[in-house]
Design a protein around this ligand. Structure first.
Ligand SMILES: [Zn+2]
Ligand SMILES: [Zn+2]
Length: 433
């Protein structure tokens, strides 16, 4: 049997839409071999790649490869070369699924991939806390269209909460789940229970886009050897024009909100519509990508158009203030006790935007949260006082001297470090010794 240079590691979630991305795969391989991602790239992977990459990776301070490393998850030359190199090194034949190569024939590069890493903090937290599984980044997080995690209904994050830095898809020091700049853990409990009941058309639309991206990944896995092609997309588009708009190209372009000249190029097959345009059509008619590609669409689907086009128009506002004020009211009415910072993270806007535009609401929320935090602290202290008292009297009872060391042996290291506990401890000693 042929021995592989690198471990023959299986990509996570190999056969569903949440398959691991090639970038995450490379990072996990590096960890497994106890080397940095940078060493893996420059010493092991680049000798197999084309010469221009070697130069890019090895040149002093040459960050060219890292800056453009988002391309490895795509379907172009970089993705193909990189995938080939990794398959040679691991002797695996299925790494194509960790990229968009299978879906490539029906895609355009424009607006497809994010430049920087993005992640759902709640997903990362769940991998560790609940599923006790290995931390990884799904390929979906590389796709621009996938902006809200449908599982947790929160926005993906792309800046480290600790250092505010952005990260390239690969970097010399990257480790799955950690900031490559400050090594901060990127997972967190970002979801806020109780806020998700507020209907927000913009958010619902974004979630449907994410689900569309899921379908795209699933299609690539399903049709591993017979991927859909450019012609399928053109046929699908013509199906829409024919079956729904009675071959009236102008009407189709207008109703769907595309520039007529651009749309005509698509219909003729001279240009390929981007993934966002295909998503818009599928979402407007409420059909799956597969239905679109198989021209499985009829004029009865037109029922959906008015509702969805109206929704789509609302999407263009950067911040939906009706939604934001509803959220703030809910936080106040339901006593959700939350900091403005967390609320801003949840909404996906800046903290100062909230305090500037909604000063009254923010004032109430800040006050209430302060009160809540202080009662929470009192409750916690009461419990700790009880623990301390019990340990203190027990120590005396068994004729031992209640020293800091003796008590912390029972209560845990640094238990008496907190100001209030130290004070109570001193009081107990003054009273009973
Ligand atoms: Zn999630
Ligand atoms: Zn950081």
């Amino acid at each position: 049997m042929e021995r592989s240079t690198l471990y023959n590691l299986e990509p996570l979630n190999l056969n569903n839409a949440y398959i691991e991305s090639i970038g995450s795969y490379v990072e996990r391989i590096a960890v497994l071999h106890n080397i940095t991602t940078g060493t893996l790239l420059s010493k092991i992977i680049s000798p197999i790649l084309d010469k221009k990459y070697i130069n890019n990776i090895n040149l002093k301070g040459g960050d060219g490869f890292y800056k453009g490393s988002n391309a490895i998850a795509g379907f172009g030359t970089t993705a193909n070369d990189f995938r080939n190199a990794m398959e040679v090194l691991t002797t695996r034949g299925d790494l194509v699924k960790t990229t968009l190569i299978n879906q490539g024939p029906m895609l355009t590069f424009r607006g497809l991939l994010r430049n920087k890493k993005a992640w759902c903090p709640e997903c990362l937290e769940t991998m560790v806390e609940v599923d006790k599984e290995e931390v990884y980044f799904p390929l979906l997080w590389n796709i621009e269209l996938f902006s809200i995690c449908p599982k947790h209904r929160i926005k993906l994050e792309d800046k480290c909460r600790n250092c505010n830095g952005e990260m390239n898809i690969l970097s010399r020091t990257s480790i799955p789940g950690y900031c490559s700049r400050c090594l901060n853990w990127l997972g967190s409990k970002a979801k806020i229970e109780g806020l998700d009941t507020i209907y927000n058309p913009q958010k619902e639309y974004e979630i449907r886009k994410s689900l569309f991206a899921e379908e795209l990944i699933a299609l690539g896995i399903e049709n591993n050897n017979q991927p859909f092609t450019r012609e399928d997309v053109i046929k699908g588009l013509n199906g829409v024009v024919h079956n729904i708009f009675n071959n009236n190209i102008r009407k189709a372009a207008n109703e769907l909100g595309f520039k007529e000249t651009t749309f005509r190029y698509w219909v003729k097959g001279k240009n390929l519509p981007g993934l966002d345009a295909v998503a818009k059509m599928c979402l407007t008619f409420n059909i799956s990508l597969k239905q679109f590609l198989n021209v499985n669409i009829s004029s009865s689907d037109i029922l959906y158009i008015n509702i969805n086009v109206e929704e789509a128009r609302q999407i263009n506002n950067k911040y939906d203030h009706i939604f934001i004020s509803k959220i703030l009211q809910k936080v106040i009415n339901d006593n959700l006790f939350i900091s403005i910072k967390r609320l801003a993270d949840y909404i996906g806007c800046d903290r100062t935007l909230l305090t500037k535009i909604y000063p009254e609401e923010c004032k109430i929320i800040i006050e209430e949260n302060k009160k809540f935090m202080s009662t929470k602290k009192i409750k916690r202290l009461k419990q700790k006082f009880d623990e301390l008292d019990t340990a203190f009297f027990h120590t005396i009872k068994i004729d031992e001297f209640p020293s800091v060391r003796q008590l912390e042996k029972k209560l845990g290291k640094n238990f008496l470090k907190e100001k209030e506990l130290r004070e109570r401890f001193n009081n107990l000693r003054n009273l009973y010794l």
